[in-house]
Design a protein around this ligand. Structure first.
Ligand code: ZN
Ligand code: ZN
Ligand code: ZN
Ligand code: ZN
Ligand code: ZN
Ligand code: ZN
Length: 358
């Protein structure tokens, strides 16, 4: 802002009569103060083309006379430079006092004394409770924490939460489930069977009908799944489907799905959709299609189930499919998903059948 300096002038005692003709009144030939309206007889301060009694030209902040330098603010009012500077100083949104230090913190559009911010305003780490400054991590679930904690605690194998309290659930391998996922664990055969039939019905309602009469489900330890991992992938660690020996006739055979003991129910729904899609592939003779197409469409079946959950967790599992860097499961899924965006479910199934014939 440009500082101005007051100009004082001494008015000549101009006699009204000397300048005007008889029709003019005396009124029109005197100088009046722009502040108090009274006649100025001797000295006047000239500001922006207006005249003031020097003692009438006052600071809008402290109301004391301005002599020497002044500033005009955007509101058009005049101030002592120091008064205006004080007025424009940021005020700490926590303590309400003005901030005189050069360094202060701006957070969500408000200014804070560094100390006020750190002690009372800064978001706290959900893990250690210390203030979070500079960079910190916010996970999908809204937990905020220092980056260093990611090296200190295990991560939930299903939802990605850090497990910093002693309430996780350890799988038989090195993986963990967080308390939220563990609270939804599927551990009983009845629970698993009920889920399987629910998902089978849900998929049928979407047009993906699995005809195989007897699909059994078993809950197994991780070690039983690891052995079954196909050589081309590392993603198949929650379940797999196997056909009973010698049964090859589609529509009349038995299959068994082995799924991870303790997997959370909502996640398990997606897993079962994936395995049931493999059953559909088997029944429809598309098993000779590319691995990318087979696993991609199985993940697409999971995505249909996750989408229908309308929950934050369902969305999280969907994001996992979208972001998977796996060349088979991730790439394959995205290819099918793009195709499915432009075509209906029936057309996706027809496309798979055609690919299987090649
Ligand atoms: Zn005046
Ligand atoms: Zn002032
Ligand atoms: Zn403060
Ligand atoms: Zn922390
Ligand atoms: Zn979890
Ligand atoms: Zn699969």
């Amino acid at each position: 802002m440009i500082k101005f300096r007051i100009i004082l002038i001494v008015l000549l005692l101009l006699s009204a009569s000397a300048f005007c003709d008889s029709s003019d009144t005396e009124e029109e030939n005197v100088f009046r103060c722009a502040a108090c309206g009274k006649v100025i007889t001797k000295t006047a301060a000239v500001v922006d083309g207006k005249l003031y009694h020097p003692e009438c030209f006052r600071c809008a902040a402290c109301n004391k006379q301005i002599e020497g330098e002044y500033l005009r603010d955007t509101d058009g009012k005049y101030y002592h430079p120091a008064c205006l500077e004080r007025l424009h100083r940021p005020v700490c949104a926590y303590c309400g006092k003005s901030i005189t230090e050069k360094k202060y913190i701006t957070y969500q559009g408000s200014a804070y004394h560094t100390e006020c911010y750190t002690k009372y305003v800064a978001p706290r780490c959900d893990i250690c409770g210390e203030p979070l400054e500079n960079s910190y991590i916010t996970d999908y679930w809204g937990n905020r924490f220092h980056p260093r904690h990611t090296k200190e605690y295990p991560v939930c194998a299903v939802c990605g939460r850090l497990i910093w309290q002693d309430d996780g659930f350890k799988l038989d391998d090195k993986r963990w489930l967080c308390p939220v996922c563990a609270s939804e664990s599927v551990t009983s055969p009845e629970h698993a069977r009920r889920l399987l039939e629910e998902i089978r019905a849900e998929m049928a309602s979407l047009g993906i009908v699995v005809k195989t009469l007897r699909v059994r489900i078993e809950l197994v330890e991780n070690s039983a799944l690891v052995k079954k991992q196909e050589p081309y992938t590392h993603s198949h660690t929650f379940a797999y489907i196997e056909w009973k020996d010698g049964n090859t006739k589609p529509g009349d055979e038995s299959a068994v799905i082995r799924a991870l003991y303790g997997a959370p129910e909502d996640f398990m729904r997606g897993i079962l959709a994936h395995e049931l899609m493999h059953a559909w592939q088997h029944e429809n003779d598309v098993s000779s299609a590319s691995i990318e197409l087979l696993e991609g469409s199985a993940n697409w079946a999971s995505s249909l189930i996750y989408k229908r959950m309308y929950t934050k967790r369902g969305q999280f599992f969907l994001n996992g499919l979208d972001k998977s860097t796996d060349p088979v499961y991730g790439e394959g899924y995205r290819k099918i998903a793009i195709f499915a965006d432009k075509n209906n479910i029936h057309e996706v199934l027809e496309m798979l059948k055609q690919e299987g014939e090649k």
